[in-house]
Design a binder for this molecule. Structure first.
Ligand code: SAM
Ligand code: DTB
Ligand code: SF4
Length: 326
């Protein structure tokens, strides 16, 4: 039983339950640009230091040959992208690269595998990677495809901090992007991750031919989860030759910034990560994204298979904007 003082403390800190609808979210999205950004920056400052950005580093621990047919992905075996498939990396090599990333300033290490789901035979090595990377003092994140309840429990017990599993777009647009799984498959894995006690990293991709309503619906789905994801990666499609989405129309950079601002307003306490696609963004576009509330990026010149800005370019941008690593 809480006494009165505890009760007020809980009321003050408990999140206000708010169910978002497409219309309320679209109304924010369509505010004049300056009003939207001012609101997003104001909310951002209530929860975060506006001049600090969290740095994550990615490593592809198993490349290519994936049985899923995600229309954006270089690693799907359904598309001819010229990418050579590899086996799961050795634990020692993963740890060596994680150490380098830590020494370069990253605080979170994200390990990705081009799988539909991990196989039982992979789990021992995966658990060892989590344990050893954590022992370096890094936060750990993995993205290995779908997880069943037991696999989520196993990763959680190993100490994995975050699991990344993106919904990528709206439920309505999902079949235009991937046919080998459903939107509800995605939500089910997210539910297993949440129940296991791990933090959720979930976002999507902009610039795959989706409508404004699809972008907003994606954020509505994320913000209306029982608990919104702690980390929300917003990727700009990197067009990969040989994939079905390679010729998608590029998103208007200002529309991209609007989505970042909306994510900040709808999920005020989550880290919003300016993810894939930074190499094709101007410094000014990235600056606007940080102003709109983005406060996490991937560092290092490779993401999983595609390019990312060089460390010197990011250092220069941070210096010019007066930003610091978190
Ligand atoms: N196989 C795992 C899965 O999809 O669950 C994890 C790896 S997957 C490459 C991780 C995420 O990267 C995808 O969900 C997608 O949002 C993003 N991504 C992949 N290819 C991309 C591209 N070409 N451009 C932008 N984002 C991309
Ligand atoms: C996320 O949302 N973006 C990252 C991470 N989660 C795993 C991956 C971006 C991949 C970009 C394309 C590539 O490198 O192949
Ligand atoms: Fe496989 Fe993930 Fe690429 Fe989809 S995004 S094809 S699941 S590696």
């Amino acid at each position: 039983m809480l006494d009165v003082q505890d009760e007020t403390a809980v009321m003050r800190t408990a999140p206000v339950p708010q169910l978002w609808t497409r219309d309320t979210a679209l109304a924010l999205y369509h505010l004049p640009f300056n009003d939207l950004l001012f609101r997003a920056q104001s909310v951002h400052r209530q929860h975060f230091d506006p001049n600090r950005v969290q740095l994550s580093k990615l490593l592809n621990i198993k490349t290519g040959g994936c049985p899923e047919d995600c229309g954006y992905c270089s690693q799907s075996s359904h598309h001819s992208t010229g990418l050579a498939a590899s086996k799961l990396m050795d634990v020692a090599d993963v740890v060596a690269q994680a150490r380098e990333a830590r020494d370069g300033g990253a605080t979170r290490y994200c390990m990705g595998a081009a799988w539909r789901n991990p196989k039982p035979r992979d789990m021992d090595a995966i658990v060892e990677m989590v344990t050893e990377v954590k022992a370096l003092g890094l936060e750990t994140c993995m993205t290995l495809g779908m997880l069943d309840r037991d696999q989520a429990e196993c990763l959680s017990e190993a100490g994995l901090d975050y699991y990344n599993h993106n919904i990528d777009t709206s439920e309505a647009y999902y079949p235009n992007v991937v046919s080998t799984r459903t939107f509800s498959d995605r939500l089910q894995t997210l539910d297993h991750v949440r129940r296991s006690g791990m933090k959720v990293c979930c976002g999507g991709i902009l610039g795959m031919g989706e409508s404004e309503a699809d972008r907003v619906d994606m954020l509505v789905t994320l913000a209306n989860l029982a608990e919104p994801p702690e980390s929300v990666p917003i990727n700009m499609l990197i067009p990969i030759a040989g994939t079905p989405l390679a010729d998608s129309k590029r998103i208007d950079p200002l529309a991209f910034v609007r989505v970042i601002a909306l994510a900040r307003l709808m999920m005020p306490t989550s880290f919003v990560r300016l993810s894939a696609g930074r190499s094709a963004m101007s410094d000014e576009m990235q600056a606007l994204c940080f102003f709109a509330g983005a406060n996490s990026i991937f560092v290092g010149d490779t993401l999983l298979t595609a390019g990312n800005p060089e460390a010197v370019a990011d250092r220069d941008l941070f210096d010019r904007l007066g930003l610091q690593a978190l």
